[in-house]
Design a binder for this molecule. Structure first.
Ligand code: NDP
Ligand code: 2IT
Length: 449
């Protein structure tokens, strides 16, 4: 493990002792602190003002009971979370995750990352995250609706256009956001569109928000390739996951000339050497709410489904982990490197383990972190808020061009900042330092907050 700057060691020790057992949160904090050594050397005011220590403590953490009734009349109890991490740059902003693995440590890792990601977009949004250990899998629409209504019956009092603006994440898409917005509107008697983003197009949503995280990921990778006068054209790509981020990453990679030969879910992966048939994948995942194994069956002998292997065994030029945290470890990257992979970019949040990131660096494989790569989702959420505030709607093409510009500017800012702080080409350092300095400078201006 790289050594931390001596001024940062006590901060990390405090994070460990004050947040026992929250391993994902520790991992996310450590990764940022590892980048900040040159920053505190150059600008001691950040250390002297305890701005880093303050950022490691959320402004507010809300944990609540979510009781609901199944179709058969059984009462279930889940736990709901909203961690409002930092409002230095704007209202708290970040998604809601519904997955059985959700606990405080996961919500805090995601909320912490979100602060710096949102700062990197250059838009006026603070950082937060929420969710529940509710598992939508196998639940009927009516059950999901009752859960979402109960969740919002508590959450509504903490959110609002100027306070905290949730969106989707794993297990939360258009259906869940619709049920939550409906309940929010009903309780508050206000059509306050700017309270949630990722809304449907007919009820206040924005063009391109659904596609934005995946499209932004592909745009970012194309920018990485452009620095070497290259492009996605003809590149063989592996995308893990088959949810919102994965599907639209596949779509944009195909539009930019690449070919995605594998995708996955938690039960296994599908290898489709001729390239994923995206219309079929969308039908299976978005309409039938099926699995990638159903896709493989429908695709006949073009594709094979593998339930007992690793998607990273599939040879590729570019790997885009787009499913979940710590899904790509040093064994996975060793195979990728052996097979000639030259870029790994994080579509999901923190999908590559710290060891694996170091292995990639040692092998000179270019790596770009989630804060930069997947920031297109939250950036387009901020564009949705902008449209809601002005009661305007923009066209698909206009919004997509804005997204592409934002991704280019994030990419360039990462490289410029990495250069400025003595780590040329290091996207991790660039993203962490650039995001951090923007938030820290605002905090310094706002007094001891
Ligand atoms: P979805 O719920 O739409 O899809 C998640 C996908 O990841 C599914 O294919 C799911 O498979 C797979 N997956 C989830 N958990 C696991 C696991 N433990 N092991 C293996 N596979 C798993 O979520 P999104 O596509 O929205 O989110 C994917 C990632 O992108 C997350 O890290 C999220 O935080 C991040 N992200 C999302 C943004 C957004 O706008 N939606 C924005 C920025 C980041 P299965 O169905 O089998 O569970
Ligand atoms: O991780 C993320 O950036 C998201 N899930 C999107 C957050 C948002 O508010 O659009």
């Amino acid at each position: 493990m790289p050594v931390l700057d001596e001024r940062l060691v006590p901060i990390f020790e405090e994070v460990l002792s004050r947040n026992p057992g929250e391993t994902e949160f520790h991992q996310a904090v450590r990764e940022v602190l590892e980048s900040l050594g040159p920053v505190v050397s150059k600008h001691p005011q950040y250390a002297d003002s305890a701005v880093i220590r303050r950022l490691c403590e959320p402004e507010r953490q809300i944990i609540f009971r979510v009781p609901w009734v199944t179709d058969s009349g059984k009462i279930e109890v889940n736990r709901g979370f909203r961690v409002e991490f930092s409002s230095a740059l704007g209202p708290y902003k970040g998604g809601l995750r519904f997955h059985p693995s959700v606990y405080l440590g996961i919500v805090k890792f995601l909320g912490f990352e979100q602060i710096f990601k949102n700062a990197l977009t250059g838009l006026p949004i603070g950082g937060g995250k929420g969710g529940s250990d509710f598992d939508p899998k196998g639940r009927t629409d009516a059950e999901v609706m009752r859960f979402c209504q109960s969740f919002m019956t508590e959450l509504y009092r903490h959110i609002g256009e100027y306070t905290d603006v949730p969106a989707g994440d794993i297990g939360v898409g258009g259906r869940e956001l619709g049920y939550m917005f409906g309940q929010y509107k009903r309780i508050t008697n206000r059509y306050e569109s700017g309270t949630l983003t990722g809304k449907g197009l007919s009820w206040g949503g924005a063009q391109v928000r659904t596609e934005a995280t995946g499209y932004g990921t592909a745009f970012f990778v194309n920018e990485m390739l452009r620095t070497e006068q290259d492009s996605l054209d003809g590149k063989k790509v592996v995308v893990s996951g088959s949810g919102n981020v994965a599907i639209y990453a596949i779509e944009k990679v195909h539009q930019l000339g690449g070919i995605v030969v594998a995708c996955s879910d938690s039960a296994g992966y599908v290898h489709d050497p001729a390239g994923i048939d995206l219309e079929l994948l969308k039908e299976v995942k978005n309409v039938q709410r099926g699995r990638v194994s159903d896709y493989a069956v429908a695709r006949g002998n073009q594709a094979s489904f593998v339930s007992d292997g690793s998607i990273w065994d599939v040879p590729c030029d570019i790997a885009l982990p787009c499913a979940t945290q710590n899904e790509l470890d040093s064994i996975g990257v060793a195979t990728l490197i052996r097979n000639g992979c030259c870029i790994v970019a994080e579509g999901a949040n923190m999908p590559v383990t710290p060891d694996a990131i170091r292995t990639l660096a040692d092998a000179n494989v270019r790596f770009a972190p989630a804060k930069a790569v997947n920031a297109g989702g939250v950036a387009t959420s901020a564009l949705e808020m902008q449209q809601n505030a002005s009661r305007d709607t923009w066209t698909f093409d206009y919004t997509q061009n804005r997204l592409a510009e934002i991704m280019r500017s994030i990419h360039d800012r990462c490289l410029e900042t990495a250069d400025e702080y003595g780590s040329p080409g290091n996207y991790v350092a660039g993203a962490n330092i650039s995001g951090f300095t923007r938030v820290a400078d605002s905090m310094l201006a706002l007094g001891v907050i």
